[in-house]
Design a protein around this ligand. Structure first.
Ligand SMILES: C[S@@+](CC[C@H](N)C(=O)[O-])C[C@H]1O[C@@H](n2cnc3c(N)ncnc32)[C@H](O)[C@@H]1O
Length: 279
């Protein structure tokens, strides 16, 4: 076995995984034990804590939430990239937006609300904002379009707000979007334009919160590659909350390896990983 420094025994893994499940809905399978221990080594060393039992006690004594934030920052997987699962974006532009806007026009409503739930370092919501700008073109100003982007991890939100990405991270973006909405700031780094940044509101938000605090419903929710970390009851409860957070006929996009399971009756299946809220 690899030397991971401070080791984590079964009981320690169990108490820490129960904590992360209760607070964030994240289900850590026992196979993840070594990986979690490795990811937390630096934190324990910085805190001068010799065991994971002491680290657990330290987390329980956390009064302002900083220790728990650092904990979740370390254990979450934030892998993402621009234009990920691009069929979703094509579907959004070709089918979902015309459908949504048709209804909004009938209601004389100009408010288009999009939520990237579990946005990681911003690639997904920025992709959405660029596509909306492209879609509306010169008509953009006539619509009140906004992308809300939330995540539990402050660490990734900080990167997202900065809006700077390496060559490698923007490689999957179509060249037209890159040249229009990015400028190169160093040999390796690109910054997203102020215009796109201004269209996305980043907030820390735990999807496990009992109540979603949004005053108005969304027309589109992207929650992709987030529910893979949750068990089925947690997913079902979340999908029900998404149902209530969407307008009737609104669209829910999940990751390609995710399905809705039991809650499927609340949504009409449209295509792999795309669902529409039943009325
Ligand atoms: C793999 S990333 C997905 C990013 C993007 N949606 C995509 O598909 O590329 C999963 C994100 O979900 C976030 N996450 C996990 N549990 C969460 C929770 N309970 N509330 C909010 N965000 C959570 C993680 O911090 C992480 O940034």
């Amino acid at each position: 076995m690899t030397d991971i420094g401070i080791s984590m025994n079964d009981q320690e893994f169990q108490i820490l995984s129960s904590l992360v499940y209760d607070k964030y809905g994240i289900h850590l399978v026992p196979e993840k034990r070594t990986m979690i221990a490795v990811r937390l080594q630096k934190t324990l060393r910085n805190l001068d804590l010799p065991t994971f039992t002491m680290y657990y006690k330290y987390l329980l004594a956390d009064t302002n939430g900083d220790a728990l934030t650092e904990f979740v920052n370390r254990i979450t997987t934030n892998h993402t990239f621009f234009y990920r699962e691009n069929e979703h974006f094509d579907f959004l532009v070709r089918r979902a937006l015309p459908d949504i806007l048709g209804k909004l026009q009938q209601e004389r409503n100009h408010d288009v609300r999009v939520w990237s739930a579990g946005c990681s370092s911003g690639e997904e919501p920025y992709t959405l904002a660029m596509l909306m700008l492209e879609y509306f073109g010169s008509q953009y100003g006539m619509w009140d379009v906004g992308v809300l982007a939330t995540d539990i991890s402050e660490k990734v939100l900080k990167i997202a707000r900065t809006g700077v990405y390496s060559n490698e991270r923007i490689a999957s973006l179509p060249a037209t979007l890159r040249s229009k909405y990015f400028h190169q700031i160093t040999e390796d780094d690109w910054e997203i334009s102020k215009q796109v940044k201004g269209e996305v509101l980043f907030r820390r938000f735990n999807l496990m919160n009992e109540q979603f605090p949004f005053k108005k419903p969304f027309h589109v929710i992207f929650c992709r590659n987030v529910m893979i970390y949750f068990d089925q009851p947690t997913r079902d409860a979340l999908i029900e909350k998404f149902y209530h957070a969407l307008t009737p006929g609104g669209y829910l996009f999940v990751g390609h390896s995710e399905t809705l399971g039991r809650s499927h009756t609340l949504f009409e299946y449209i295509m792999p990983a795309v669902y529409k809220r039943c009325t």
